[in-house]
Design a protein around this ligand. Structure first.
Ligand code: NCD
Length: 305
């Protein structure tokens, strides 16, 4: 039997594996290549276990699994026995007893996918754990960058806003560093992670200065659900200093492109004028590429099991 493989962190992947996933996903953007794989996971069972709300990640994993021919079950906490007091581990053991091939997990606590992966026999994908990581988001972001800018080395990427609470930022920092891009984070001091020094990024506490020379701007959602107390004075004030509008975008390089993992808060971290500018905004492209990335990852993890 093949050893069990999980995708819990970007650090689980070598540069070679990352490039292979990006290439495979890129091929899956063509209908004929999807067709060739359409039955490859027939007879496999995937459970999406989401303890946090999600639109694009959940739908994208479901579509990806179904396009590969697997059976996909979506379990939300609202309708599970967690509501009746069952513990997380008991829920996982119960699902494990039904022998799924893959568990895709989202949870508001960092580290939960690690814990569960040790208790179950199937492969586990981390679909976002608290403020820790969201590896498939970083992979789809990397594919989006690769398709639009054709390179990582020498590319200047700015990650702006609520870096402290963002699993998307952390996974992207790990991944973009591996791929050779140069990363700066631009945010107020209150939204800077305490371990930022170890993350190999430049820190800018001023938007105007920070955006100079940037090729890719990744805007993050303000994670109100992870904030206790006030990290920002008010949404209006945040938008004024840290929200990306046309004027601030014009400070970056001429062909700078804008990304956001979604869901976007219009008028808080990004202005509609920028978010909806199809010449500059890659937001919907990110969503589109997400399905291909998840097909590539799922197929890799459970094809031979
Ligand atoms: C992100 C998440 O859930 O971490 N969304 C997503 O997966 N596309 C970002 C966010 O919620 O802000």
């Amino acid at each position: 039997m093949m050893p069990k493989r999980n995708l819990l962190s970007i650090n689980d992947l070598s540069i070679k594996e990352i490039n292979r996933i990006l290439m495979k996903a890129n091929k899956l953007l063509q209908k004929k290549n999807i067709k060739a794989l359409s039955k490859s996971l027939s007879g496999k069972n995937i459970i999406n276990l989401f303890f946090e709300d999600s639109t694009r990640t959940l739908t994208s994993f479901e579509l990806a699994g179904k396009q590969l021919g697997a059976s996909v079950i979506n379990m939300s906490v609202a309708t599970s026995s967690i509501k009746k007091g069952e513990s997380l581990i008991d829920t996982a053991m119960t699902l494990n007893a039904m022998s799924p091939d893959l568990l895709i997990l989202r949870h508001n606590m960092s580290g939960v996918p690690y814990l569960l992966s040790e208790k179950v026999n199937c492969a586990v994908i981390n679909a976002g754990d608290g403020s820790n990581e969201h590896p498939t988001q970083a992979l789809l972001d990397a594919l989006t960058i690769k398709r639009s800018k054709r390179k990582f080395s020498g590319l200047e990427v700015a990650i702006i806003g609520d870096v402290l609470h963002s699993r998307v930022a952390r996974s992207n920092i790990y991944l973009l560093n591996k791929l050779g891009a140069s990363i700066r984070v631009i945010c107020p001091p209150t939204l800077l992670p305490p371990d930022i020094e170890g993350l190999k990024v430049r820190v800018c506490k001023n938007m105007e200065k920070g955006l100079k020379g940037v090729d890719i701007i990744m805007v993050l959602r303000i994670q109100k659900e992870r904030m206790e107390g006030s990290y920002v004075p008010s949404e209006r004030e945040f938008f004024k200093f840290w929200g990306l509008d046309r004027k601030k975008l014009n400070l970056a390089n001429k062909n700078a492109l804008v990304m956001h993992p979604g869901p976007i808060n219009r008028g808080v971290e990004i202005d509609s004028d920028v978010a909806d500018d199809i010449g500059r905004s890659l937001i919907l492209e990110q969503v589109k590429l997400g399905v291909a990335i998840r097909m590539a990852v799922i197929n890799d993890l459970i094809k031979h099991k």
